[in-house]
Write a protein of this length. Structure first.
Length: 129
């Protein structure tokens, strides 16, 4: 699984537009941005996201058409996986405690969901062994 990087503000806004539209040109993105940007800025941002392997592109006529390489949920999953992997390598107990506290504060039912996920993971790992 290739690790993904966090996005800057403009990159995140552009990715949200691409995820919502599924297929866009530079003009499409430029028309949907929250504030006006130079065409070249949007073009450079899309190219940067393409080089980061977050977009695929196809030449159609005189313009590239961009599509997401990853679904939004998969991007976030990979982002969080990398983030937690780094944190857990250094301070396991405090990171896990903070995560559980945060999950429970957001919704107490998250504790039940976590227990279910842990049980499922244990079953899958046992079957693989």
């Amino acid at each position: 699984m290739k690790r993904v990087r966090t996005l800057g503000d403009l990159e995140a806004e552009v990715m949200n537009i691409v995820w919502n539209c599924s297929s866009v040109t530079v003009k499409d993105v430029n028309d949907r941005l929250s504030r006006e940007r130079a065409y070249n800025t949007v073009q450079t941002t899309l190219d940067r996201l393409y080089r980061k392997d977050l977009l695929v592109r196809e030449k159609q006529s005189h313009a590239f058409v961009y599509r997401p390489r990853l679904e939004r949920a998969e991007y976030h999953r990979r982002l969080m996986s990398g983030f937690f992997r780094e944190l857990l390598q250094s301070e396991r107990a405090s990171v896990l405690a903070a995560f559980i506290d945060t999950a429970a504060a957001a919704d107490i039912r998250n504790l039940e969901r976590l227990e279910e996920l842990i049980q499922t993971k244990r079953l899958v790992d046992r079957k693989r062994s």
